[in-house]
Design a protein around this ligand. Structure first.
Ligand SMILES: Cc1ncc(COP(=O)(O)O)c(C=O)c1O
Length: 383
């Protein structure tokens, strides 16, 4: 298996560098992103205020194109960038009718960004929040669809791949069949984008898809994005002046919105992450890497890892599996989740030969302690 370690010289090749096993925290950045980071600075220094029109617009266009290619979208015009998914969620909420208390339906396994904000809004009486438990996972899709049919929420938000387990939700067809056409359907794809092949073409006219650069896209914070299906959320109340960037020279008497994804834009932001994102996407193209090749590779690395765990009798906990007993990562995410009652075994693992850097991610969740393997070792499997 080819090693890509040399492309991550600052993170993985450095003497004494930790071997990073945290599948879904900060992904190491390939070296090409360092050059991109410098380019962003240089462009700002040279173009000053004109950088937005002269260079950043082109970087954004390129970035939207990369997202559209990876999601198999018809057009990149439906893609909008933002600093984080929280910003986009708030903008989506602001599309809901203000006359009645909007109803939001979701799962109890959504990432903190969504769940904290939604719980607080529900506490304040601003929304009605209904959460469908993900467990037992075998019946989750069915229970979610039935709840959607019964409750007819204004907005439905669910992860494509759940951050706290790696299980996935793919029953988009039955979901769409059971809900009114006007419901905003938002899929949090942060753990599916570039973690596994995603073909959004069948859902592109109906479902929003959110993700970002921090994890599998390897580009860091600040470059989250959303695919916005046409005709849904035409005039978000939470709106930034960049949404009217193309028409600022005209009189601003009426508050107009572009029809494409730019209707969800915010305000002045740091575009450096977009440069990094483009550099990493181009690097993947140059290396012949895409979501499918990375996914296959991670399966092979997981096999190596599981064999090593067994040979060394590391007892790090119970590997989560699909309801039918198959390894869930085989159709779910790129990481393995081990459930353990205690973190002490994980401490022992950190000192073992398997993890010379000794940095592992431990999640204290409802399911006990979760150990999420694999991230950096994906890139240096044969070293
Ligand atoms: C499923 C999921 N959604 C969203 C996020 C990020 O949320 P935000 O961009 O608001 O920080 C994460 C993790 O960073 C995540 O795991």
């Amino acid at each position: 298996m080819k090693s890509y370690k040399s492309h991550f010289s600052q993170s993985l090749l450095r003497t004494g560098a930790a071997l990073h096993f945290a599948a879904h925290s900060h992904h190491p950045w390939p070296d090409v992103s360092f050059v991109a980071q410098q380019q962003a600075w240089q462009d700002a220094a040279i173009h000053l205020d004109r950088k937005w029109d002269n260079v950043v617009a082109a970087q954004e266009r390129l970035a939207r194109g990369h997202v559209a290619r990876h999601l198999n979208l018809r057009s990149s015009d439906t893609v909008v960038f933002a600093q984080n998914t929280h910003e986009l969620y708030l903008r989506l909420l602001s599309c809901l009718p203000a006359t009645t208390k909007p109803r939001v339906l979701s799962s109890d396994s959504e990432f903190h960004s969504f769940s904290r904000q939604s719980r607080r809004l529900a506490e304040a009486g601003s929304i009605q929040l209904d959460l469908v438990p993900t467990n037992p996972i075998a019946s989750f899709a069915d229970r979610l669809v039935k709840s959607a049919q019964r409750l007819q929420p204004n907005l439905l938000y669910v992860s494509h791949v759940f951050f706290d387990s790696g299980w996935s939700f793919d029953s988009f067809a039955s979901l769409i069949d059971e809900i009114d056409d006007h419901v905003l359907v938002v899929i949090d794809g942060y753990h599916s984008f570039l973690a596994r092949p995603v073909d959004w073409a069948p859902w592109q006219d109906r479902c929003f898809y959110l993700a970002g650069g921090y994890k599998y896209a390897m580009a860091g914070e600040g470059c989250c994005f959303m695919h916005c299906p046409p005709n849904y959320g035409a005039r978000p109340i939470n709106t930034g002046w960049y949404a009217s960037f193309g028409s600022l020279a005209q009189p601003q008497e009426q508050i107009t919105y572009p029809a494409d994804g730019q209707r969800f834009r915010g305000s002045t932001y740091d575009p450096t992450s977009i440069y990094r994102f483009n550099a990493v996407m181009q690097w993947m193209l140059d290396q012949g890497l895409d979501a499918a090749t990375l996914y296959r590779r991670s399966m092979e690395v997981q096999d190596l890892f599981l064999a090593a765990v067994e040979t060394k009798d590391l007892c790090i906990g119970t590997l989560l599996s699909n309801p039918d007993g198959s390894r869930f990562s085989a159709d779910g995410d790129r990481w393995l989740s081990f459930v353990s009652g205690t973190s002490s075994r994980l401490g022992a693992l950190a000192g073992s030969m398997l993890l010379p850097g000794g940095w592992i991610q431990v999640c204290y969740g409802r399911r006990g302690v979760l150990f999420h393997a694999l991230s950096a070792e994906l890139w240096c499997a044969t070293d």
